[in-house]
Design a protein around this ligand. Sequence first.
Ligand code: ADP
Length: 468
Amino acid sequence: MIESPETARPPSTGSLRELQAAREIAHAFLRARAPGEVYNLALEKVVPLVGAAFASVFLRQPEDDLLRVVAVHNWPQAYASYLSEMRVRIGNGPTGRAVAENRVIEIFDVFADPALEDWWDAARELDYASSVSLPLVTHTEPAGAITFYFREPERLSEADRSLLRLVADQLAATAEKAYLIEDLQRANEKLREQNVELEARYREADEARRLKSEFLANVSHELRTPLTAILGFAYLLREGFSGALHGEQAASIARIESAANTLMVLINDLLDLTHLTLGRTTVEPEECDATALARAALSAARPSVVGAEVRTQAAPEPISVRTDPVHVLRILQNLISNAFKFTPNGQITIRVRKAPAASDDGSAEDGSVPAAAGGDVIWEIEDTGIGIAPTDQEAIFDEFRQVDGSATRRYGGTGLGLALSRALARRLGGDISVRSELGTGSVFSLCIPRQPAGASVASAPPEAPNGS
Ligand code: ADP
């Protein structure tokens, strides 16, 4: 056995070579376009650095636990075609043992060991006399091994051994990183594709929703015309334009009118909701008094027969709000008629008050005009009626949603009122919320900014001080 010439080197040379090897591996990592290429690029630089004649990297095949060559450097040309077919059984030969035993296997002189007689022919043909196989350990198990072949019989110096170990460890870690990056890139690419697919689906769904809304708008519109005729002729009959009606006929006409009116309300709500969904609802703000709006809504929504006692609480002076009064009236009427409907007897209280804007934390960012200057108006419709269970309190704002159960079904209605009211409130820059307790009562709050978004505070008319 020949003593390695490296033993004569000063210790600093060993460290220098280690640094150089690490640098070459890092460089290979940066240059590789695919993870497998890291090995090839690194071997090209590292093999001469460690003084080997040639080298190969074997990786474990997950399907059959055989080792397959993934990279070689300087292998004799005659063997190049054979390499892709070559498989090494784990535990077999120096490379197979390095993987099986997870340790460095050094063969100082192939020909000096009769146990290695099987390898002599190959060693002669490939022209090597010694080899070092090192496991490539990524986690706990070796993923494969790297084998360096030397022309001369050679016993490694401690510096050589440490260099080879560093090369194997660095290569294993670097290649693993490259595979991870490739996995990540593949996952990213998949995500990107899924995203494109999702976007296409979303656009399709959006288009379908728009078509459905268009269809609803058209159908509702077309339904209104014959319904108007039904109501018109029912009115003429009721008023005796076609001759006097006897008792039963009058009762039948009244039923026709009532049913047609219910249908008209449903169609109008549906049409309005559809227009809101399609973004076709216009808002025409004007200066209004919030308390006056509440009183107007109450007189329009109050049924002819009232079981509940009603009271209004508001400051004596007007509460100005710049909004679309038609939309606000519509919302308040819905909320108030619900309060009447679900409070067969008890108390209904309508409150109107000013409040700081929900988004206003009281501190303007630049110290000038606060972001939500003007604040909100809140209308509260409180009843001591049947109340709503917590689990239903969000669902009632969905289209056609009514709290289930025979108790509420007998109150009638279409289940569109709250959906429409919330959509309108949001269109005005506000919202509706509910607090309720089953069997005790509910409070529906409509909150609207006193100035429409983007309106300047200075343009608001001066207002009397508020005592509410
Ligand atoms: P409708 O009143 O026509 O059924 P809405 O959308 O206005 O439709 O209301 C949806 C459901 O919310 C009602 O059917 C009822 O179950 C519940 N609800 C609304 N307002 C009240 C209220 N003040 N008290 C109790 N339940 C209510």
